[in-house]
Design a protein around this ligand. Structure first.
Ligand SMILES: [Zn+2]
Length: 190
């Protein structure tokens, strides 16, 4: 039963993520907006899914492939931070949520471990393209008392101060909402 349910949630999330991406596609083709990021929160059954999507600029301060050791270290530090949901989202303890899986992806991360030779080749290519880069993180929780999940304190903007504006879309049995969070307004009411 759990596995079936989980499959439904994942496909639900995929559908919404696609819609969400489509909505932003036009914007992102021109250029995503530095300082802005998106959060998608889906709650169903005892499962809570959170997807975070952000320009790399907000996270590490650059979007090109890393060229120096300190840039590679900045990427690794960001990945480490993004892999610690407890530091990014404060969930009400009464909801008894447990973090099950966490995934973090970025085109910059793949290259953080490249050897110099490959690195230079990518470097030339990325300079020519002037591509924008993103970080995407996916958090999967299971909550024993999910009805107690009435709000989430979002600490992402504190951890990544380059984020000035967080566009949140949440989908729960209570309905769907879109809300903008800022460094001065970080509580998401569900
Ligand atoms: Zn950019």
């Amino acid at each position: 039963m759990y596995l079936i349910k989980q499959g439904i949630i994942f496909s639900l999330l995929a559908v919404h993520a696609q819609l969400f991406a489509a909505e932003h596609e036009h914007e992102q083709h021109e250029a995503h907006v530095h300082g802005e990021a998106q959060l998608l929160i889906v709650q169903e059954g005892d499962i809570l899914e959170i997807e975070f999507h952000s320009p790399a600029m907000n996270i590490v301060g650059f979007e090109h492939q890393p060229k120096t050791t300190s840039q590679r270290e900045a990427i690794e530090a960001a990945i480490d931070a993004l892999k610690q949901p407890d530091l990014l989202f404060r969930l009400p303890s009464a909801a008894k949520c447990h973090s099950m899986t966490t995934e973090v992806e970025s085109p910059l991360y793949d290259h953080a471990h490249d050897d110099e030779h490959e690195h230079e080749r990518d470097h030339e290519r990325s300079d020519a393209d002037e591509t924008h880069s993103d970080f995407t993180a996916h958090y999967h929780y299971r909550c024993d008392e999910i009805t107690q999940l009435e709000s989430i304190e979002i600490e992402l903007m504190k951890r990544f101060p380059g984020t000035e504006h967080l566009e949140v879309q949440s989908i729960s049995p209570k309905g769907q909402q879109k809300i903008d969070l800022t460094p001065g307004h970080t509580t998401l009411e569900l």
